[in-house]
Design a protein around this ligand. Structure first.
Ligand SMILES: [Zn+2]
Length: 301
């Protein structure tokens, strides 16, 4: 568990193709002060609009998590948020010159590289966690997300796709920066050709290629280099869940078990946590923070 909040040591930016628009989109990561949180900005608009990462500013569509405020939207925030959650970055202004975050290779790797290029910078303010105190369950048919109290953040995911390359897969991650980097950060999103082609025809997807996702036909993975791990699919679902949980606006202490879930259900779970005010508390609590601050010099030494 991180004791102090972090931002980045310097401004850094990345640029890539938006799969919805087909346009090149620049994203700037700007360092931010303590307690600022993660805030996105639609920097391409004549009057830029800022959207703080909070459950009330979030919606899910098929295959993406979307930040939305007053009709202004930013699509595909989940892999970037997974990188920020995985590397414990608390405060950042993310300026986006378009309505979507580029997918790059469909994993969190490009965002991780940008964060590590800038470097993490500690801020002398305590990190505040949302610590779950009671079980919360959300479900839709067979799909379910269950959150239970725990000391760290432990994720467990089960998927079952009737496809020869996927089938039943299960993966667990107890979050640390090292395990995030080595076990899930590289796992790419996946899509089925039969779902993509109609979107292409309808003009909804103007960009995207085998460079931006794992693509499967009825029999196999079409990407010439194949999979990075046989269970890359379920590892990616863990990555998605990690990103969606950061939509809480603070790091979570809980054990989260997801089964056959989607962004929609992840976000339903996030909203359920915030709605159930008696199911969680801040840790350390505001009342206890001054005591911890009192011992700061010892930590700083
Ligand atoms: Zn994803």
């Amino acid at each position: 568990m991180e004791l102090f909040q972090h931002t980045l040591a310097k401004k850094v930016d990345i640029e890539g193709e938006g799969v919805l628009s087909g346009a090149q989109i620049r994203v700037e990561f700007c360092p931010a002060p303590p307690n600022h949180g993660i805030v996105f900005e639609r920097a391409d608009l004549p009057s830029p609009v800022r959207i703080p990462v909070r459950p009330e500013n979030v919606k899910a569509v098929s295959g993406a998590s979307v930040l939305v405020k007053g009709g202004v939207e930013i699509y595909y925030v989940e892999h970037l948020l997974a990188a920020l959650n995985g590397l414990a970055v608390d405060n950042l202004l993310v300026r986006v010159f378009g309505g979507e975050i580029p997918l790059f290779d469909g994993s969190a790797k490009p965002f991780v590289e940008a964060i590590l290029r800038a470097g993490r910078k500690p801020l002398w303010s305590l990190r505040r966690y949302i610590r779950l105190e009671e079980e919360i369950v959300v479900s839709e048919g067979q799909a379910r997300v269950c959150l239970r109290p725990a000391e760290g953040l432990k994720l467990r995911y089960l998927i079952d796709f009737p496809h020869p390359s996927i089938g039943k897969q299960e993966f667990s991650l107890e979050l640390s920066q090292e395990r995030f980097l080595s076990e899930v950060s590289f796992a790419r999103t996946f899509a089925f050709l039969k779902d993509i082609l109609p979107l292409r025809k309808a003009g909804i997807l103007k960009g995207g290629s085998l460079e931006s996702a794992l693509v499967l036909d009825d029999k196999q993975v079409l990407n010439p280099d194949g999979l990075k791990k046989p269970n890359e699919f379920v590892r990616h679902k863990v990555l998605d869940l990690l990103g969606d949980l950061y939509l809480l606006g603070a790091p979570l202490l809980a054990e989260v078990e997801a089964r056959y879930a989607t962004h929609r259900l992840h976000i339903k779970a996030v909203k359920a946590v915030l709605r159930n005010l008696y199911a969680w508390r801040w840790y350390p609590s505001p009342a206890r923070a001054p005591l911890a601050v009192f011992s700061l010099p010892a930590y700083a030494a």
